[in-house]
Design a protein around this ligand. Structure first.
Ligand SMILES: [Zn+2]
Ligand SMILES: [Zn+2]
Length: 340
């Protein structure tokens, strides 16, 4: 079995080196009684992989990145219910959940303190075989190819969950500001349209604004030339950009008593004048991916509404070039890697 994009990091907590080792042979993992062994067919590159590669997620043992994988179940443990050999599935990376804590019992098992996985494994989404927990796994609906489905496993479910949170307090048909139209952002625009919102998209790149319009944004605003007096405030602003100025902009684009939905992660702590929020009662609501139910809903909605991510299909051997392109901000939509 080949495992690509293995990141090894050495050094102290203060200094760290990262490198990609392409094609390192590692043993095929053995599934436990409650695990699925999945042979992967497609897997896409997420900004979180970039953050891990750059060392922003902390020091790690050697790992294989990738957390938007789609494939076929080749083995289901004896205790597995709901999945069988041959199922086409996608999965989120967490496993080992206790299934007995408040988070697990409320369907939010990605917050379980017992969970393992994520950006810490030798068998991540860029390996040929991976172990999946049924609690993190869903079947891929008809109407989505493996390559179309892969970006929905993280980017898509995150965008969908953000819209669900918006919809709890803001009715469809109303205007919504979305800042950042990258891999997650263009899907947020698509889901927002499906939820009935009238989206104004903000970005610094004209091609990203064109992408937003293609996915249903009624207006695209280039923030490089935006004047404060031209801003139209909305009840909610979703920030998907990881650039710190995006959050400063969101304070301006959100109405009094409104909410800023935080999805994008700046690599340095944000500095806020809390008074700016207090005086207008604007709150910040963070979104962490989504539950298994959110994932299932987001895939079904994508299949039924024809929400297809913008993708560039590559071979897994081209992964390193993808990291470089992504780091330079040259990628529109998502890079999806095939294993055959
Ligand atoms: Zn738990
Ligand atoms: Zn991700």
């Amino acid at each position: 079995m080949s495992s690509t994009a293995t990141v090894t990091q050495n050094g102290s907590a203060k200094t760290m080196k990262s490198q990609i080792v392409v094609k390192q042979d590692v043993p095929i993992p053995t599934p436990g009684p409650n695990d699925l062994l999945v042979k992967l067919s497609a897997s896409s590159l997420c900004m979180s992989d970039m953050a891990a590669y750059a060392g922003h997620l902390g020091e790690r043992a050697p790992v294989c990145l990738g957390h938007e994988p789609v494939g076929i179940v080749v083995e289901a443990g004896a205790g597995v219910v709901g999945f069988a050999k041959g199922d086409r599935v996608g999965f989120m990376p967490f496993k080992g959940m206790c299934e007995d804590c408040e988070e697990c019992l409320s369907g939010q098992s990605r917050f379980c303190e017992k969970k393992v996985g994520g950006m810490t494994e030798l068998h991540g989404g860029f390996s040929e075989y991976a172990i999946a927990a049924p609690l993190s796994t869903v079947k891929i609906p008809e109407g989505l190819t493996d390559e179309e489905a892969a970006p929905l496993l993280c980017a898509g479910v995150t965008a969908y969950n953000a819209l669900k949170v918006v919809a709890k307090e803001q009715p469809g048909g109303t205007p919504l500001n979305i800042i950042g139209v990258g891999g997650v952002g263009h899907l947020a625009v698509a889901y927002a349209k499906a939820f009935g919102y009238r989206v104004t998209a903000f970005d610094i790149a004209e091609d990203k604004l064109e992408l937003a319009k293609k996915y249903g944004a009624t207006k695209g605003v280039n923030t490089l030339t935006l004047k404060d007096e031209d801003i139209v405030k909305t009840q909610t602003t979703i920030v998907i950009s990881g650039a710190a100025p995006a959050y400063a902009l969101a304070v301006k684009t959100t109405k009094n008593h409104g909410r800023i939905i935080a999805v994008g992660v700046p690599h340095a702590p944000l500095t806020f004048n809390v008074l700016d929020l207090i005086l207008r009662e604007v709150s910040i609501v963070p979104i962490c991916q989504g539950s298994k139910q959110d994932l299932d809903e987001s895939l079904k909605m994508a299949a039924e509404y024809g929400i297809k991510p913008t993708i560039q299909i590559k071979k897994i051997g081209q992964l390193y070039e993808g990291f470089q392109s992504m780091a330079k901000g040259e990628v529109t939509g998502r890079l999806v890697y095939r294993f055959d």
